[in-house]
Design a binder for this molecule. Structure first.
Ligand code: IFL
Length: 319
């Protein structure tokens, strides 16, 4: 990455199932089986179980041992401790950590805010040189509670705010019915990002749009299908980010989800199986769902043009 002039944000846990994450920690310390929502279909139970992680001291102890192990790890290629390596831009507490479920006891929201503060402080004690971020999706991942999002991000050891934007996952956009759903999706997306720009201004911290993407046209994830709506959406979102950056606003950069590069789905059902190449999509999602491949020339042109403008402003864009 250093050779290519790239920077890494290393996320250190996962609210979701695809890399073990919080559910796995809960299972390790309670002895209960992992709740896999892809098997059970029981998303509410999965989400609530992930959030148990914050209040299990033994799980926190294991997590901290892991944090120390990674942060103090010596890179076998360049011989440096990760702690001292400027190729790493930031540590991230987790991918999309959420406080729990809607309607839960507000005391559990406080547990979450405290977990963010204590974990960020722990990381800073191990490594005061790198930035720390939460990995939050924004208010959507904060029980639709902007105040809760702001409380978690106000902590002095959280250096910048993160926001994600998922117009399909949040049921704003239906790729099978694009004409009818796209305008509302774009309006919602704009409002959502503006609210988070406002929050960043209030807290006086930078903001990164670190996950957003749209599937290929018609909900057809095969690489042959077109990417008209994806390219349109990226162009629109990038224009907002650039406008904010040009005006000196908090948007410091964006990360598109996700770079599939030369990876390809191997099977007609688009399911990843051990030994298959990696695309950008995690293994529990169809391979090609959000991946931008090296042959997606139109999409690449949109990303490249945006990255050029952001770099000119001393800000960043990438996958
Ligand atoms: O791939 C998903 C990823 O696990 C995530 N958020 C949404 C992505 C697309 O569904 O963190």
């Amino acid at each position: 990455m250093a050779r290519r002039g790239m920077k890494a944000v290393l996320y250190l846990n996962n609210y979701w199932q695809w890399s073990g994450g919080m559910n796995q920690y809960v299972s390790w310390v309670t002895g209960r089986p992992v709740v896999d929502p892809d098997v059970s279909g029981d998303w509410p139970r999965f989400i609530a179980t992930s959030a148990e992680f914050y209040r299990l001291p033994e799980a926190q102890d294991l997590y901290r041992r892991y944090l120390r192990h990674i942060i103090e790890r010596r890179n076998t290629v360049n011989g440096r401790l990760y702690r001292d390596d400027p190729t790493i831009m930031a540590w991230q507490l987790a991918n999309e950590p959420r406080p729990g479920v809607h309607g839960q006891d507000p005391a559990l929201n406080d547990v979450f805010v405290q977990w963010v503060a204590e974990t960020a402080a722990y990381i800073k004690r191990l490594d005061p040189k790198h930035l720390v971020s939460t990995g939050s999706e924004g208010s959507w991942g904060s029980l639709d509670d902007m105040d809760l999002y702001k409380r978690a991000h106000r902590d002095p050891n959280v250096d910048y705010l993160t926001v994600h934007l998922w117009i399909k996952n949040w049921s704003w956009f239906d790729a099978k019915n694009p004409e009818a759903t796209y305008p509302t999706a774009v309006a919602n997306a704009e409002r959502y990002l503006r609210e988070h720009v406002q929050a960043a201004r209030e807290l006086g911290k930078p903001l990164v749009l670190e996950e957003f993407g749209v599937e290929r046209d018609g909900g057809d994830y095969r690489i042959e299908s077109s990417t008209h709506y994806r390219d349109r959406f990226l162009t629109t979102v990038y224009a907002w980010v650039l406008e904010d950056a040009r005006g000196g606003g908090p948007f410091m950069g964006s990360n598109l989800w996700t770079w599939g590069g030369a990876g390809r789905a191997r099977h007609p059902d688009l399911v990843w199986r051990p030994g298959d190449p990696f695309t950008g999509d995690p293994p529990q999602e169809p391979q090609g769902l959000n991946s931008v491949f090296d042959i997606d020339r139109g999409t690449l042109a949109v990303i490249r043009a945006h990255a050029r403008e952001m770099n000119r402003l001393g800000r960043a864009a990438g996958p």
